[in-house]
Design a protein around this ligand. Structure first.
Ligand SMILES: Nc1ncnc2c1ncn2[C@@H]1O[C@H](COP(=O)(O)OP(=O)(O)O)[C@@H](O)[C@H]1O
Ligand SMILES: [Mg+2]
Length: 285
């Protein structure tokens, strides 16, 4: 059965696109069939994988069903597939609100499109924009899991609260099966004495949602997009490659159809986060 994942955080520059591409690539190396979807009108994933979005008819034409999946999907070196975003993606959100008076229908455009192709893949990973607009709500109304990358910084906790609220709202309104699949510490700097303190704080806040794997700061990860390569093709022996391999193993071992482990909420940083986390953990029935 397919596993659908939205990589999401309301902040930009936190490593979402790096995570989507290299986690997808690592899962492919484990033999999984992977589709990446660029939902960000800034086209970072599309450009990372060497496609120029300027004249392109991208994922927006699949969401509106003006073009067939096969007319838009691309392959990265015959390893994994991706749906690039084109120049009209930015207009799609406005169009959605204008054309679909029926809110419920509007929120399920992505779900309705992807239900027809999802069985071709083991993993479908959406790279969401750093905003809570209609594209993000559409993605969250479809997927099973949200992966939230958090930077290993003191302010990361505060920044993630709004994202958790949005996830919780979409879960209660449109997608009861939605769950917070993983909170992934990224840009971890082992040389910084504060890093372990921060990870401990993240652990207190997110408990078992926090992955054991931390993605360390690694210059190769920042360089790879300039060559249009995943970390495994650019620097297969780098720390970045090691970390993403480890993360992919951890992700593949997560239980798919059920909620992850319950765990004590008493340590959560504040009651509003606690409320949201409880809701995210609540039984889907
Ligand atoms: N672990 C890392 N080590 C070093 N640089 C990173 C790492 N993760 C991301 N970057 C770099 O940080 C910047 C922001 O990352 P990106 O994945 O584009 O974030 P987002 O998609 O959230 O905006 C990019 O230049 C990227 O190459
Ligand atoms: Mg991005």
């Amino acid at each position: 059965m397919v596993r659908t994942i939205a990589v999401f955080n309301l902040k930009g520059g936190v490593g979402k696109t790096t995570l989507a591409v290299n986690l997808g690539a690592a899962l492919q190396l484990m033999g999984k069939r992977v589709l990446l979807v660029d939902l960000d009108p800034q086209h970072d994933l599309t450009m990372y994988l060497g496609v120029n979005p300027a004249q392109l008819k991208g994922v927006e034409y699949f969401i509106t069903r003006d073009l067939k999946f096969a007319e838009i999907v691309r392959s990265y070196n015959h390893r994994f597939d991706f749906l690039p975003s084109g120049k009209k993606l930015r207009d799609l959100e406005d169009l959605m609100s204008a054309l679909y008076v029926n809110y419920k229908k509007m929120n399920f455009l992505i779900r309705d499109a992807f239900l027809h192709i999802e069985q071709q893949y083991d993993y479908i990973i959406f790279d969401c924009p750093p905003a809570g607009g209609q594209l993000t709500i559409n993605a969250l109304s479809y997927v099973q899991d949200v992966f939230l990358p958090v930077q290993c910084q003191f302010l990361a906790l505060r920044g993630s609260k709004k994202a958790l609220f949005l996830i919780y709202r979409v879960k209660t309104l449109f997608n009861p099966a939605l769950r917070l699949g993983a909170v992934i510490p990224v840009m971890y700097d082992p040389r910084n004495r504060l890093s372990s303190v921060i990870v401990e704080k993240l652990h207190n806040a997110y408990g078992d949602y926090l992955t054991d794997t931390k993605i360390r700061i690694n210059v190769s990860l920042a360089e790879a997009p300039g060559f249009g390569k995943t970390i495994f093709d650019y620097k297969p022996f780098s720390r970045g490659a090691q970390d993403f391999k480890k993360l992919a193993r951890e992700v593949a071992e997560m239980p798919a159809g059920e909620l992850r482990l319950e765990q004590s909420l008493s340590h959560l940083v504040d009651s509003s986060v606690q409320h949201v986390m409880a809701g995210l953990r609540a039984n889907n029935a």
